[in-house]
Structures are given as C-alpha cells and as structure tokens.
Design a protein around this ligand. Structure first.
Ligand SMILES: Cc1cc2nc3c(=O)[nH]c(=O)nc-3n(C[C@H](O)[C@H](O)[C@H](O)COP(=O)(O)OP(=O)(O)OC[C@H]3O[C@@H](n4cnc5c(N)ncnc54)[C@H](O)[C@@H]3O)c2cc1C
Length: 385
C-alpha cells in the first residue's frame, strides 16, 4: 500500500527492528506513561537517529527523504516516532549555524547517542504561537549569559542531555523588527537542572514527555550561543522545513497503519451475516482516507526532493504537513468507526494511535498557521497578523 517510493533498504530493517517492539510494548508504555527507552536505545544503536548527521561527524549523511522514510516506518509499524524524532533533526541548528568547534564537540557524540539533544524550548505560556513575543531573556554578563523566564511544552527534556533554548537577547522595544534580538543557546541540562532550571512535567492525553520550564538566573557560558547573537529567529525558520517534512512522513505512517488495521478488521468482522467491509458505508470512508494519504505522500516526497536538492521548499513542506496531518486524522477517524465499540478498547491500539495522531493538528505547528502561511506567502493575500 505504499506509494511509488519504496525504499525497502530502509523500510525492511526498520520494520524488523520495530517487530521487536510490538503493539503490547507501545500499549504498555502508554498505560504506564513511560518513555520508550528500550526502543529509542535500539534505534540509536542501529544508527538510525544519526541519519542526518554528515559522515565527517560520525553520522550516515543521508538526505531528508531517507530520514523521513525512517520515521514514517516507525509510525507505520505501530510505534510513535515522536518519542525520539527530535534527536534526528534538532542538531540541524548546530550543524547549519554552530561553530566548527561546537560541531566537533557535539555532533559525533549526538551521532553515537552518547549525548541526546532532543529538546528545543521555544513555546511560552503568554506568547503562544506568536514566537517573537517570548519573554525569556538571556542577558550577557562577562563570559556568561544569564537566563530568566518560563517555557511550556518543552518535550523530551527528561530524556535529553542538551537542549536548545530560544531567548530574547535584546528587548523587543529596542529592535527595528520584532524578529531581531532573538538568540539560540545550547543548554547543558546535566548542569542546568537544579542550578537555575526547574522542570515540571505536564500530564497530557498522549504519552509524550513534555514539560514546563522555569529559568531563574540560569548561567550559560558565552561559548554556548549558536551562531550570531540576535539572529536566532532566522536560525529557527531554517529548521522548520525539515521538521515539517519529517512530521508529514510520521502522519503518513500513521495513516497507512490505520487503514491497514481497519481494512483487516473490516474483512474479518461479520455482522448481519457478512463482513462489515462489504458495506460501502464502511468501504468509502477508508477509500477516501487512503486516497488522501497517498496524495499527501506525493507532496511529502516532492518537498523532500526539493529540500535534498537545496531548492526552496517552504510551500511544499508546509502543504505536506497540512495534507498529511489531515489525512492521518481522517484515517484515524475512519479506523475508529470501522472498529465500532472495539475502537475504544486499548487492546486494539486504535484509540492510542488516534490520540497520538491528533497532536499533529496542533504541534509542532497548528493547521491554522500553515493555512495562513499559504494564504499570505503563496496566494499573496494581505497579512492578517
Ligand atoms: C504534546 C506537545 C508537545 C510540544 N512540544 C513542543 C516542544 O518540544 N517545544 C516547543 O517549543 N513547543 C512545543 N509544543 C508547543 C506547540 O508548538 C504549540 O502548542 C503550538 O505551536 C500552538 O501554540 P499554543 O499552544 O500556545 O496555542 P495558541 O498560540 O494559544 O493558539 C491556540 C489556537 O488558536 C489558533 N490561532 C492563534 N493565532 C491565530 C491566528 N492569528 N489565526 C488563526 N488561528 C490562530 C492556533 O492555531 C491554535 O489552534 C508542544 C505542544 C504539545 C501539545
């Protein structure tokens, strides 16, 4: 049921690895609200999370197309790549904008898994989606920056050694454009937690380790700023297309998982003396969702190809994320309906994946914000905010 891009050299070994972590595994960690440490370790040891790190820094130097297939296959196998996808791409900010010294120091250890960099603290309670309004500040004091403020929804902090932090280095009143005066820092969590950084976990409807962060006079060495002070917003934008494409692939993995499970169930389940899948009322929602998953998949591969060719892909990456998130949600809904009451029973895993795939309508970017990007930047409509 995949599209024309098979990539079996990646899919087969990932599928083999995922078979060692079957439905019961994911169901269990979901119920225990536990981090899938064993799965993430196996994936790391097999080198898959180092896909995007160039070979000179110990990674496998693959493109975004291949990286997206890896994450897709995890979700398609019933797992949840969101537990570790950021280990694959958060380092991109260091790779693109860090100094050679920072790259030498961190990337090989991130590639081997010795260091986990899978947290990026951007969102704040008061600013929400309006990122330039963040209030967390980083003030230079001698050879250090002093951080004060608060973040929310910072995921995987408890399973990271390093975290990227987005903070204001020049007050918004003192910059000519609100996107100026923002900077990115690499925070060593092993030193920071308990020494100016407090982490408070948030309970959510999915098993997603995410947190509130409180910064109170946290000291970060000046060497830990990434790139130039004040240019952080640009660096943030540079990472977004890759993230959009990778998340789109996870949605497609989910979409295919839902459709496979639902069609299998619809063939087996007999009601009124015939398989429910014989009824067009069951067939059509699944056929419709399948068509949308495949269409989104084409856009995802188009965006990935442009990205890997070094070409502009903002429109395609955003549309891929939008279409794929919608398609996976449509497939989730059709799968739940197909399963009837059993869709609500944990042992069928549909309700877990249903909750997990719902996130993609909101994070890492909400659907409305993508629509507004398309309206403004592609259709040339007037800015609305
Ligand atoms: C499980 C989870 C994990 C996350 N992980 C991270 C992470 O690791 N790091 C991080 O920095 N953030 C993370 N986030 C935050 C996520 O990126 C934000 O929740 C998301 O960007 C929306 O921001 P918000 O929640 O403040 O919503 P708000 O900005 O308050 O928006 C609320 C709703 O209003 C809509 N809206 C707002 N403004 C407009 C407008 N002008 N036009 C139309 N609609 C609008 C939004 O689309 C949204 O639907 C995570 C969130 C969740 C739920």
């Amino acid at each position: 049921m995949t599209g024309s891009h098979n990539h079996s050299e990646l899919r087969d070994p990932i599928a083999d690895l995922c078979r060692r972590y079957p439905d019961e595994y994911w169901r269990g960690i979901d119920q225990e609200r536990r981090y899938p440490e064993e799965f993430v370790r196996a994936l790391t040891e097999a080198g898959w999370l180092a896909a995007l790190i160039p070979e000179q820094y110990g990674g496998s130097g693959l493109g975004i197309t291949e990286a997206s297939v890896i994450l897709e296959q995890i979700n398609r196998s019933g797992g949840n790549a969101a537990a570790c996808h950021a280990q694959m791409y958060t380092m991109g900010t260091v790779l693109r904008h860090g100094s050679e010294q920072q790259k030498q120091r961190y990337l090989p250890k991130i590639a081997s898994g010795e260091l986990r960099l899978q947290a990026f603290a951007v969102t704040e309670p008061s600013a929400g989606t309006d990122t330039t309004k963040i209030r967390t500040t980083a003030i230079r004091n001698g050879d250090r920056y002093i951080i004060n403020g608060q973040k929310v929804w910072t995921s995987r902090v408890q399973h990271s050694d390093l975290m990227l932090l987005f903070a204001r280095t020049t007050p918004i009143e003192q910059v000519s454009k609100k996107t100026e005066g923002l900077s990115v820092f690499l925070v060593d969590l092993r030193e920071a937690v308990g020494n100016g950084l407090t982490v408070k976990p948030i309970d959510t409807m999915i098993n997603h380790e995410t947190n509130e962060l409180y910064f109170d006079e946290l000291e970060v060495p000046e060497d830990n700023i990434i790139g130039e002070q004040g240019r952080g917003f640009r660096y943030l934008l540079d990472g977004l297309n890759a993230e959009r494409i990778l998340i789109a692939a996870e949605c497609i993995g989910d979409g295919d998982w839902f459709i496979e499970r639902a069609t299998a169930y619809a063939r087996e389940r007999v009601v009124f003396d015939r398989p429910i899948g014989q009824n067009q009322g069951i067939q059509f929602p699944l056929a419709h969702a399948y068509a949308n998953v495949r269409a989104a998949d084409l856009m995802r591969y188009r965006a990935a190809k442009l990205f890997d060719g070094g070409l502009p892909c903002g429109a395609e990456a955003n549309m891929a994320k939008l279409l794929a998130a919608d398609a996976s949600w449509e497939a989730a809904n059709a799968a739940l309906q197909t399963h009837g009451g059993y869709g609500f029973a944990s042992e069928y895993d549909v309700e877990r994946k249903f909750r997990e795939t719902r996130l993609f309508q909101v994070a890492p970017i909400s659907t409305n914000l993508i629509l507004s990007y398309i309206a403004e930047h592609i259709l040339g409509l007037p800015r609305s905010f």
